[in-house]
Design a protein around this ligand. Structure first.
Ligand code: ATP
Length: 237
């Protein structure tokens, strides 16, 4: 039994198929990296898992039950939350208000405040800035907020689209280390990254997507040692 499984998944935009029957398996507790060039279909894959884009063929199962026909809000309730590309926080709301928006799946006030305390522990800067408007945060802080907001739904699986995009190297390290901590607390992670080196350091396994096909899949260490991966994604090694 796989925790999350994409089986022969196909996705079309209009008449154009952009994901051509991919197979991806994610075990509980994994950190999986999805690598690939611009336009390879990485974002589309995550959006399809989240239910924001519907597949044209194949299936997505979570704990062996098909979920690909469910609307996005049902998928969040089942325990799969996405941090969208480009952060997309609500700039005119405060940090705390943005986080509250992520807790819509629960009405249990005590559980919500416990989760909030956990997020402030993971990202102390968000606690310091809880009354500040999100639009005034730095890019890195907005990324932390976007991750925090997704965590408010207490997901079993966290999907992240390019969390390191546009961030200074030190911040990239901080965010990736926090993702490791989140994973250790029991959250399975699927990460899309252009920063392949950083992603493979964090992940247990990785998939390389090219033009809507999985062309390589392996353990992270094997991918780092793979000559093709080195040439195409790790700047020649
Ligand atoms: P990037 O890193 O640039 O986001 P990606 O690997 O995430 O790349 P996708 O964004 O999933 O790739 O795009 C896969 C293909 O689907 C590309 O050819 C892209 O042009 C196309 N595409 C993406 N979104 C749409 C859309 N809303 N309508 C039509 N085509 C789209």
């Amino acid at each position: 039994m796989a925790f999350l499984e994409l089986a022969d998944l196909r996705v079309k935009y209009g008449n154009i198929e952009v994901i051509h029957g991919i197979n991806v398996r994610v075990e509980e507790g994994d950190i999986i990296a999805i690598l690939g060039a611009n336009g390879a279909g990485k974002s589309t894959t995550l959006l399809t898992i989240s239910g924001l884009v519907k597949p044209s063929g194949g299936s997505i199962s979570f704990r062996d039950a098909p979920i690909h026909r469910f609307p996005a809000h049902t998928i969040v309730k089942l325990g799969i939350a996405q941090v969208p590309e480009g952060r997309r926080v609500f700039g005119t709301l405060t940090v705390r208000e943005n986080l509250n928006l992520g807790s819509f799946v629960s009405k249990d006030k005590q559980a919500i405040s416990k989760t909030l305390a956990w997020i402030y522990e993971l990202f102390p800067i968000l606690s310091e800035r809880r009354e500040q408007l999100a639009g005034t945060l730095s890019g890195g802080e907005q990324q932390m907020l976007a991750i925090g907001r997704a965590l408010m739904s207490r997901p079993k699986i966290l999907l992240l689209d390019e969390p390191s995009l546009g961030l200074a190297p030190l911040l990239v390290m901080t965010i990736l280390q926090t993702l490791r901590e989140i994973n250790r607390s029991g959250v399975t992670i699927v990460l899309v990254e252009q920063n392949a080196r950083a992603a493979l350091k964090l992940a247990h396994r990785g998939y390389v997507l090219e033009l809507g096909n999985v062309v390589i899949e392996d353990d992270s260490a094997a991918l780092i040692a793979n000559a093709e991966v080195q040439a195409a994604y790790l700047g020649g090694g």
